[in-house]
Design a protein around this ligand. Structure first.
Ligand code: G6P
Length: 369
């Protein structure tokens, strides 16, 4: 055990630090200087993807959050309608499946009971094809899917998923790029997105360097019982994932909201005992987020903002901390900004003395309903 963990105190910390390697492996021999390579989804995969007129993504837990990020990506760059649903709801719902819809199951283990049952149900519902994005090649989900793209995270031991998530994002980014290219995304834009994706392992490596600062910040959360995470656009699922990590391993009640919803409820909870963690997007939504954050500040809430290096954010206010991250571009930013939130949850849990790798009541793979 100690040998496998090496220099790290927990598997989770080790797995967080393995992300540059894991993402690199997931992209390896799948993206080249001219873009995504042919047929990385299996024989005949590109022809099937070219026929897709819409996508339904199904998953659970952290994998579901990866699907939510993919929705923002695929709709923006490939202009295909995407819906994302948790498997346990999907399987019992009488879904409408428009002609030419591709079914995508995302699962680290490939054995989650609800995800597997949803995929079996999908076979009866008449999809164009099923695609599995999965970390375990011999798993049931992979065996039963028509197309597959393996994440190459390697075995993940920590119950709270980390490297599986960022490698799922890398795989979904490849899917998005293939679909976008087929649907005529301008060459320059396509080339820029490919370059961003190729840079992702390095960008994650840079984000990991924030660990000492984040470990310091973690002390603030130790005596608290609640935290609120905010994001906008593709950073909203990142906020969801950050809040899930915190609740899973530190047992602090955490919720995530799209920042624009703050005024429709959660603002009532904000006070000095409710820290607000915000993942700042770049681009047109940044100003909107800033005005959301102003509302938090006005109510005495303590703000922790993760912002892009180039984003104009005020720093040094009395009740907040801003940490700067080099996002490497809007496309890959969700994957990069996930890393500091993983580190935050990890260090809070360590300080609270919980069983980080084996949180109470949770299982790595839920193979029963
Ligand atoms: C469990 C794990 C989570 C995981 C979820 C889905 O809840 O604790 O970390 O995200 O199952 O698992 P899957 O293997 O299908 O991605």
């Amino acid at each position: 055990d100690a040998v496998e963990r090496g220099e790290y105190r927990h598997y989770m910390q080790k797995e967080i630090h393995e992300q540059p390697r894991a993402v690199n492996d997931t992209l390896e021999a799948r993206i080249g200087p001219h873009g995504v390579l042919p047929n990385i989804f299996g024989v005949g995969g590109d022809e099937l993807l070219a026929k897709a007129r819409g996508i339904h993504i199904i998953a659970c837990g952290t994998s579901y959050h990866a699907g939510l990020v993919a929705r923002y990506w695929i709709e923006e760059y490939a202009r295909l309608p995407v819906s994302v649903e948790v498997a346990s709801e999907y399987r019992y719902r009488d879904t409408v499946v428009p002609d030419g819809t591709l079914f995508v199951a995302i699962s680290q283990s490939g054995e989650t009971a609800d995800t597997l049952a949803a995929m079996r149900e999908a076979r009866r519902r008449g999809y164009l094809a099923t695609l599995a994005i999965c970390n375990v090649p011999e798993s049931s989900v992979v065996r039963e899917a028509d197309l597959k793209l393996m994440t190459r995270a390697g075995p993940e031991i920590g119950v709270a998923s980390t490297k599986a998530f960022t490698t799922q994002l890398a795989a979904l980014a490849l899917l998005c790029l293939r679909l976008a290219e087929q649907r005529g995304l301008e060459r320059d834009r396509y080339a820029d997105l490919c370059a961003q994706l190729a840079h992702l392992p390095r960008a994650i490596e840079e984000a990991l360097k924030l660990e000492p600062q984040i470990a310091e910040l973690a002390a603030l959360f130790v005596p608290l019982e609640h935290a609120l995470f905010l994001g906008r656009g593709a950073q909203y699922p990142v906020a969801l994932e950050g809040s899930l990590k915190l609740k899973e391993i530190s047992y602090i009640h955490a919720e995530a909201y799209p920042a624009g919803e703050l005024k429709h409820g959660p603002l009532a909870l904000v006070d000095e005992a409710m820290p607000v963690v915000a993942v700042a997007p770049n681009g047109p939504l940044l100003d909107k987020l800033k005005s959301n954050l102003q509302e938090v500040r006005a109510r005495g809430g303590r703000l922790i903002v993760f912002a892009d290096e180039s984003a104009p954010m005020d720093t040094g206010n009395a009740t907040g901390t801003t940490l700067r991250i080099e996002s490497g571009g809007t496309f890959i930013a969700p994957a990069v900004f996930t890393v500091p939130l993983q580190l935050l949850a990890y260090h809070v849990a360590v300080l609270r003395g919980t069983d980080v790798d084996q949180p109470r009541n949770l299982a790595k793979s839920v193979t029963v309903e």
